[in-house]
Design a protein around this ligand. Sequence first.
Ligand code: SF4
Length: 405
Amino acid sequence: MFVEKGFSRVPFDSVADCYIINTCSVTNTADAKSRKMIRKAIKMNPDAFVGVMGCYSQAKPDEVSKIIGVNAVIGNNHKKEMVELVLNNKVDECYVDVKDILRDTTYEDLMSFEFEHTRAFLKIEDGCDNFCSYCIIPYTRGRVRSKPYKDVLKEIQGIVYKGYKEVVLSGIHTGKYRDNDVNLSALVKMIVNEVKGLRRLRLSSIEINEIDDEFLEMLQNEKVIAKHLHLPLQAGSDEILKLMNRKYDTNYFYEKVQKIRNACKDISITTDVIVGFPTETDEQFNESLEFIKKVRFSGIHVFPYSKREKTKAALMTQVKDQVKDNRVKELMNLSKELEAEYAQKFVGKTLDIIVENTHEEYLVGHTTNYLKVLIPKMTDFIGKDIQVKIEKYEYPYCYGKVVEE
Ligand code: SF4
């Protein structure tokens, strides 16, 4: 929208007339990083217009507006407002517009793509109604709202015409996508059947209990759907899962993973795990470790629990930071082991990759199951689908040889 109004985008580290900082508030670290970015922008050009939006603005507008040099603070679901504010630039003191997002039922359509080499991210949904006891997101993003399916189809077709090979569907709680009677599986089916020329469709993350049989059937039969699912587990102890207000137990999770693997043998299944959730004992953490080993994820994003105001878990007995740090290390080591174990299975096999970019003396691309593959540099391959024989794995890359263009 800014570009349409004649602005041009410059790297964040350069002096600009206007800085828009889209903040995150998922953890305390995210809040701190958001503040750091705001201060950095003000320091780089004290005369610039500094506008702050996103989840930190939504959660703590007073805190943001007190930072000297901030000109505007905008909440979620009306980010478009920022363009007019900058154009008018009449704000003498800090302008704050943050509404009660829990009452908002509209989907603010920002045509929000993000491009990364050959891959485009398309947001199709916002908000979450789950209220996991540790999570601030429902308070900063509001209720589930979805982009109309016709717009999704049109925009993906446009992305493919621009030359992008892969589209990642993203959202806050993507599995809850719904436009009248079109749910996520129906949407994916339409994308697969109606968008011409799309090479790969990936889901950013989906809850285990939102994978239905229709989706599994597509996963099994449609080559275009990436053979990688990111299924947030959060904890492998049933007691902790209950306290977290997650909607499954470990039994359900395990059975469903088996069902997914029966439909799609070599699929990569990655996950998120929070360690040091309030009251988590050593025993419960060990239970989590054992469960994770049993599932054999192909990668884990590990998060130390972060206390968020307004949430139920903030009122529970907290785990010491030192204990959390030790658990993070232990789980990250396990993640590395599991990652290597999964990748090693593909050594000697021939896989398709979409070549994305260069990496030192290599070209780099991903397979459908999200293995990161390096091949000798041949620049004319960027953007192409090629077949590669995997020769070895050295954390975190597979190394391959081109067998066929
Ligand atoms: S489902 Fe995800 S976004 Fe929603 S409350 Fe739980 S962790 Fe937060």
